[in-house]
Design a protein around this ligand. Structure first.
Ligand code: UDP
Length: 330
């Protein structure tokens, strides 16, 4: 038995592959390497370079490896890009996920763990937001992921596919052992951008909007360490293997930090100022989004271990510095 990890060469996927390998699981990675890196994959895992939308390929892999689960990360994740080019998001995130689910059902792969997102809630009426809140995405990215959740829900009802959709809040940080991290050079995520700025990789960064209805006017987010997120997937796998309920679960700590809090945490970790300027709001950004995390804790026993925002930022900065030195040496 093996686990198929799509997008295993990407940021979260590569942490997951290490977590699975550390737990003694056999792992096959399916990744087209458009945004991921072969060198980010744990050496114990097998890489198959290919597309998640290729049903014949997934069918063949299922015959070769007898997967008991798919953990599906592959997809596009930049909210503003999804606003500018929605159809590519619906293709990568929705249409291709449909093919992957179809291949899983056809091959009889019983379990599916899916990378979903807090963006399915849009601008929630209340924070912390619970899983049963209104689902009203405000970006094509969020819609593209929500449609995949619905396909899983309906495939569970129709074909008995067991699934967990993990709704990620803001994933950040890097492997504490320094084996992988967020390596996309032009990643747009706040902690990455702030670390690149403080290290001189970028001249300046923008703070997108300081007129939101939040304590300091900048957006509030729930930043979760990528290793705690990988653990949530291991817990979800265990949950499904023990016959646990299918459904959607938030993955966040329930603690909101503003954009300015994060900039200050990066300044503290680096011991120098971040060159940041105020800029207009960015399209598709909700003001505040923080997870209610009781469901995953109660039903799966998920226990976060890396909540400290200073440690999260330090691990991100250490990885960014490693990338910088590696680039300089090359
Ligand atoms: N943000 C910012 N400057 C940047 C990148 C992000 O001010 O260079 C803000 C963004 O507007 C949002 C928050 O930081 O309010 C988190 O954005 P990110 O892209 O990291 O994650 P998202 O919440 O969009 O998934």
């Amino acid at each position: 038995m093996a686990v198929l990890v799509t997008g295993g060469a990407g940021y979260i996927g590569s942490h997951m592959v290490y977590a699975l390998a550390d737990a003694g699981e056999d792992v096959v990675v399916l990744d087209n390497l458009t945004t991921g890196f072969w060198w980010a994959i744990a050496p114990q895992a097998k890489l198959v370079e290919g597309d998640i939308g290729d049903e014949a390929l997934v069918g063949q892999l299922a015959k070769d490896h007898k997967f008991d689960a798919i953990i599906h990360f592959a997809g596009s994740i930049v909210v503003p890009e999804s606003v500018a080019d929605p159809l590519s998001y619906y293709l990568n995130n929705t249409v291709k996920t449909r093919s992957l689910i179809a291949a899983a059902v056809k091959a009889g792969i019983p379990r599916f763990v899916f990378s979903s997102t807090a963006a399915v809630y849009g601008n929630p009426e209340r924070v912390p937001v619970e899983e049963n809140a209104v689902l009203a995405p405000i970006s094509p990215y969020g819609s593209s992921k929500l449609m995949s959740e619905w396909m899983l829900r309906d495939s569970h009802a129709a074909y008995g596919l067991q699934y967990v959709a993990l709704r990620y809040f803001n994933v950040a940080g890097a492997d504490p052992k320094g084996r992988t991290g967020q390596s996309t050079p032009r990643a747009t995520h706040l902690i990455k951008v702030a670390c690149q700025t403080v290290l001189g990789e970028r001249e300046q960064m923008d703070i997108f909007g300081n007129d939101y209805d939040t304590p300091d006017g900048t957006c509030l987010r729930d930043y979760i360490h990528v290793s705690d997120l990988a653990q949530a997937h291991l817990d979800a796998l265990k949950h499904l293997r023990h016959g646990g309920a299918s459904g959607a679960y938030n993955c966040g700590y329930g603690q909101g930090y503003s954009v300015l809090d994060i900039v200050r945490a990066v300044e503290k970790a680096a011991g120098k100022p971040v060159n940041a300027r105020m800029a207009p709001r960015r399209a598709g950004d909700p003001a505040a989004i923080v997870a209610a995390s009781a469901k995953i804790k109660q039903e799966m026993g998920w226990t976060p271990r890396h909540q400290d925002i200073d440690r999260i930022v330090e691990s991100a900065l250490a990885w960014e510095d490693y990338l910088r030195q590696r680039n300089e040496a090359a």
